[in-house]
Design a protein around this ligand. Structure first.
Ligand SMILES: Cc1ncc(COP(=O)(O)O)c(C=O)c1O
Length: 278
């Protein structure tokens, strides 16, 4: 029987979660049923868990899939010729295909698994970044960025002789200053790196529009979406970022699991993208 979590993982939008039509609220009890950890009382009350941004709880389908894998199929992916290795490889590649559909990527070859957002960003900075940025180039960031979308660019800039610039945040709501963005997003900005949903103040940036604008100004957009997938429907393909690091981990997957969707150009400069594509 399909669970509420299966529906979400299959890539259908929130409106299709049980009871989540335009006016009906989601069927919380059915959603709770998917999460074994919630079937307990703490301090005499049914457990309600709010710390999802830090560590998400895992639905039964994830826990059981992991258990089944380790009990039956665990072996080297891509590097064995025996039955278990074949099964592990099929499961791994199957997961890439499902994630590609979930993110609306053009193909599974655009999906690169990393252990988290930070690793995904470092990977892009140290591969695509090293090949495409050089002395005098500018990396534009917003003041909303998480450390993990700042430090890799600082290190890269130091290494290749580029420099960082920041679009300021303005107003009580902490939105990015659109006027300054317009002024700053111009040559020699080579890369515009932006967060989709701010982890600190929850601002949702218009990243589709920003990606398009960056491209029209000759700069490559890069957007990180670790807080976004659960709440904002988006598609990596239509928004055409150079690449996007998006841990789908928070809703469903084990800790330290993320996927980096990259367009084929980016995958081709990324050793792991190339390896995964073989
Ligand atoms: C906006 C944002 N970027 C990056 C990260 C770092 O993610 P990770 O721990 O997967 O490297 C987080 C973590 O919560 C985050 O909220």
């Amino acid at each position: 029987m399909e669970t509420a979590t299966d529906a979400a993982v299959a890539g259908r939008e929130r409106a299709e979660l049980p009871g989540a039509g335009a006016s009906a609220p989601p069927d919380w009890q059915r959603l709770r049923d998917d999460f074994p950890i919630l079937h307990q009382t703490v301090h005499g009350k049914p457990l309600i868990y709010f710390d999802n941004a830090a560590t998400s709880q895992k639905p039964r389908v994830v826990i059981e899939t992991l258990r089944r894998y380790y009990e039956r199929d665990n072996a080297n992916v891509h590097r064995g010729i025996h039955e278990l290795s074949n099964r592990a490889t099929r499961a791994y590649e199957g997961a890439r295909e499902r994630v590609a559909r979930f993110l609306n990527a053009r193909s599974a070859e655009e999906i690169v698994f990393t252990r988290g957002t930070t690793e995904g960003i470092n990977l892009v900075a140290q591969t695509w970044g090293l090949q495409n940025l050089g002395p005098g180039d500018v990396i534009l960031l917003t003041e909303l960025e998480h450390h993990s979308n700042l430090v890799p660019w600082q290190l890269l800039a130091r290494r290749v002789g580029a420099r960082l610039a920041f679009v300021p945040v303005t107003g009580d709501e902490g939105t990015v200053d659109a006027r300054r963005l317009e002024e700053l997003l111009a040559p020699p900005v080579k890369l515009f790196a932006m967060v989709h949903v701010s982890n600190s103040i929850g601002v949702v940036n218009p990243v589709a529009e920003w990606c398009a604008r960056a491209r029209s100004k000759g700069s490559s957009p890069w957007w990180t979406a670790p807080k976004a997938r659960g709440t904002c429907p988006w598609t990596s393909r239509h928004w055409a970022a150079t690449s996007s690091s998006s841990p789908v981990t928070r809703p469903a997957a084990p800790p330290a699991w993320a996927s980096c969707t990259a367009d084929t150009n980016c995958s081709n400069t990324c050793p792991r993208g190339r390896a995964a594509a073989k």
